[in-house]
Write a protein that binds this ligand. Structure first.
Ligand code: ADP
Length: 768
């Protein structure tokens, strides 16, 4: 048993998969990845270059990573570091495997065997040699630890970097998708969405949430299915889904021959219930226009032969383990029935024998008994010994009695004692045959499991959309994020729970012309909430869910990047500011014009001027070069000047008013234009900072504001910087070089040579 190869339901979290991953590092540090959850049945393949590896590992979050013994030690150290427990929550066991198992040809063959195909062409995976090498190691190790072939692993998925909307680890953390910033499972977007009836559904929902596809067809299909479910009522389906067993994991355990009797009887019940479920879904599908529902209705048809056989084979409440017997049903096997009858009839037989022997011998107190040491015997007291017949053989002498055995009793004893042992052996044998009989159904059970999980997720999303009053998003081809009356689902739910008042909905419009919002306003005004709600709505729509808004029109999106908050990553020895800049750098390098970027309070971790200068430069870069959809919240008031010089940006602010007694009241409403002031002192007062401190702060603030107004007249924050020296194009040499090449030293006088030197030097000066 290793962290990545657990299959026992009792040792696994219901709602997570334990993922095993193999990593092959080939020439030029090109990486092949192959991974699967052994309890699931799909092998995933991907390839990436070394610098991207960390991101992949964080996204996949494996429990155990296999790598080759010939991995150079420098790379190994980097790998260890990349997988070390960090605030990002990755931590995995590392297992070295012999280099020869990382073999592409072997991998291809193993995968073909697993998938029962002749080539990997259908998955367009023939050329992924590095990933195939990893797959060889993965399957080899899985078989090795399970001691069995992985009959249930029948699906392959090639994950291409461009396929899904990129959600870097920072984004997952900052948006609190599956974990709060404190590392708790709730309240998060997942915990809000997850009203799934089965663990299979919960696990699939997590995957949908973390892997939203860029191709809108998937989301459209899911949305169409949700529309059908919403129309026809979700409650009957929820009822039917409740209490179904984890068919996905059971299928894996059947294939690995590790399944327990009780799990199988649970499966039998689930299969029987699936029939009714399939019918309901078929009815729903025929009443609506959803390809996905029609597909589901097909795949939900359970292999009823399995259910029948299981019910016939297993006792209604079988023992937990086959070892103890009491698993196989009566009437399933004649030999077992006979063996059991012997045990069951023992008492009757002994009473009958006792009566018979009393009559035959005339010994009224003769007793037939049993003990562990001596087995069965007939006991006759001292006074009656003269009546004992010839065929009695003495077994034991006691003070007041003698114990005998007869040939008939001896024969019975042999039969009874061995019957118990033989019944146990027979049950085990029958159970193994039952597992044999189930193997051909493994693929059908796998299909059923996937269909059940999908249905469960759809039903949960439909229920959520109705209960929380969400709307269906629309997808448009042009660049656009248009949200009317958007809400932050988790904050809204919390406000409702605590009765702290209503959530104030807000609009967002970003399009080809306006790609950036500079968001100002007081702390606690709702800037972070607003930015996150936009990201969550984009994510929900992309995964094919309804969204917390009155309407939503969404263009193509390739990534959601976030730079939010100031959590020190002490485990990685990075200071707040270093982390802030590292994350900003990643965004500036990776974001594209189809990305959504959230920048919250960039530059906060350093001195005012440093921070302001960096914030202004980063905003400029995002606006001019990257052209991503950007929500840029800042406490630097100076940045509200930005839109006057940058046509793609607009100012918005969260509104607040000063109530009676100079107390601040947050309205949480996003309004056009810059905030009029920052209300920092008022917020401090609200937080209970002593009056004297507040008073002094007010005084200092007035002075600082006067000083800064004077300063601002003197310099321009967005003054275009001198262009960075362009990297020289090798095809056109620098003018100085050209001039140098043109010189003919043999014809120059010493004076001319000196002048030429001056000229060359001048050519090298900037601005020349
Ligand atoms: P900021 O980022 O401006 O400091 P937050 O976004 O953290 O402010 O919001 C502070 C608090 O205000 C939130 O925890 C939430 O309780 C409340 N809040 C924010 N936005 C809204 C809203 N739209 N409607 C109601 N309450 C809100």
């Amino acid at each position: 048993v290793t962290p990545g190869t657990l299959t026992d339901a009792e040792l696994l979290a219901d709602k997570h998969d334990a993922v095993l991953l193999a990593l092959h590092v080939g020439a030029h540090r090109h990486c092949g990845l192959a991974w699967c959850a052994i309890t699931e049945g799909t092998v995933h393949l991907a390839e990436c270059d070394w610098p991207q590896l960390r991101g992949w590992l964080q996204r996949i979050a494996p429990r155990e990573v296999l790598y080759s013994a010939d991995l150079p030690s420098a790379a190994e150290a980097e790998l260890r570091e990349g997988l070390a427990p960090t605030s990002l929550g990755t931590s995995a066991a590392l297992t070295v495997r012999p280099a020869w198992v990382f073999d592409a040809t072997l991998g291809q063959r193993k995968l073909c065997e697993q998938l029962q195909t002749a080539s990997l062409a259908a998955w367009d995976a023939q050329a992924l040699a590095a990933a195939q090498a990893a797959a060889a190691a993965l399957l080899d190790y899985a078989e090795h630890t399970q001691g069995a072939r992985l009959g249930h692993v029948r699906a392959l998925r090639v994950v291409r970097p461009q396929e899904n909307i990129e959600l870097p680890a920072t984004t997952r953390r900052n948006l609190e998708l599956t974990q709060t910033l404190r590392g708790e499972p709730a309240p998060t977007l997942l915990s809000l969405l997850d009203t799934c009836a089965t663990s299979m559904g919960s696990r699939l929902l997590r995957r949908w949430l973390l892997e939203p596809p860029r191709d809108r067809r998937v989301a459209r299909q899911r949305l169409a299915a949700l529309a059908v479910l919403r129309d026809q009522g979700v409650e009957p389906l929820r009822q039917r889904l409740r209490g179904l067993t984890d068919v996905e994991r059971l299928t894996a355990r059947i294939a690995l021959r590790q399944v327990r009797p009780r799990e199988l009887s649970g499966l039998a019940q689930t299969l029987q219930r699936c029939d009714a479920l399939a019918q309901t879904v078929a009815e729903l599908a025929s009443g609506g226009d959803s390809e996905l529902m029609t597909q589901l209705a097909e795949s939900l048809r359970p292999p009823l032969a399995v259910a029948e056989q299981l019910t016939r084979a297993l006792l209604p409440e079988p023992a937990a383990l086959i070892r103890d017997g009491g698993v196989i049903n009566d009437g399933y096997d004649a030999e077992l029935d006979e063996l059991r009858a012997i045990q069951a009839n023992a008492d009757g037989f002994l009473l009958e024998l006792e009566a018979r022997e009393r009559a035959r011998t005339g010994i009224a107190n003769l007793r037939v008994q049993y003990n562990k040491v001596h087995g069965f015997y007939i006991e006759v007291t001292q006074g009656q010994l003269d009546k004992v017949p010839d065929d009695y053989r003495r077994r034991q002498t006691l003070k007041n009695a003698e114990r005998f055995i007869t040939p008939e009793l001896k024969a019975f004893e042999d039969k009874a004692l061995s019957a118990q042992e033989r019944a146990l052996a027979r049950e085990k044998w029958l159970y193994e045959r039952l597992l044999d009989d189930l193997q051909p159904f493994v693929p059908a059970l796998g299909t059923l499991a996937r269909a059940l999980a999908t249905l469960d997720v759809l039903v949960a999303l439909a229920e959520r959309s109705l209960t929380l009053q969400w709307c269906a998003p629309q997808f448009v081809p042009e660049p656009r994020i248009e949200i009317r009356q958007g809400r932050h689902p988790v904050v809204e739910a919390r406000l409702q729970e605590t009765g702290a008042g209503p959530f104030i909905p807000n609009d967002t419009v970003l399009d080809a012309r306006t790609r950036m919002q500079i968001i100002t306003g007081p702390n606690m005004g709702g800037k972070s909430t607003y930015m996150r709600q936009v990201a969550l709505i984009v994510l929900l729509a992309s995964m094919g869910s309804y969204v917390p808004a009155a309407s939503c029109r969404l263009g193509p999106i390739d990534a959601i990047h976030t730079r939010i908050g100031a959590a020190d990553d002490l485990a990685n020895a990075q200071s707040t500011f270093m982390l802030e800049m590292t994350e900003a750098a990643q965004i500036l390098h990776h974001a594209s014009e189809h990305s959504l970027v959230l920048m919250d309070e960039i530059g906060r971790g350093t001195s005012t001027f440093d921070g302001l200068a960096l914030a202004a430069a980063i905003a400029t870069h995002l606006h001019d070069r990257v052209r991503a959809f950007t929500l840029f919240a800042t406490h630097y008031f100076e940045l509200t000047e930005f839109p006057t010089r940058h046509p793609g940006a607009v100012n918005v602010h969260v509104s607040a008013v000063e109530g009676k007694g100079r107390d601040i009241v947050f309205l949480h409403q996003i309004e056009p234009g810059p905030a009029s002031r920052s209300y920092g002192v008022q917020v401090a007062r609200l937080a209970g900072v002593p009056a004297a401190v507040v008073q002094q702060a007010r005084h200092t603030l007035a002075q600082l504001e006067a000083e800064s107004a004077r300063l601002q007249r003197q310099f321009d924050l967005f003054d275009a910087a001198p262009p960075a020296p362009e990297p020289t194009d090798p095809s056109t040499p620098h003018p100085a070089l050209q001039a140098l090449a043109e010189l003919d030293p043999d014809t120059l006088s010493p004076r001319e040579a000196l002048e030429a030197l001056y000229r060359l030097q001048a050519l090298l000066r900037p601005g020349a």
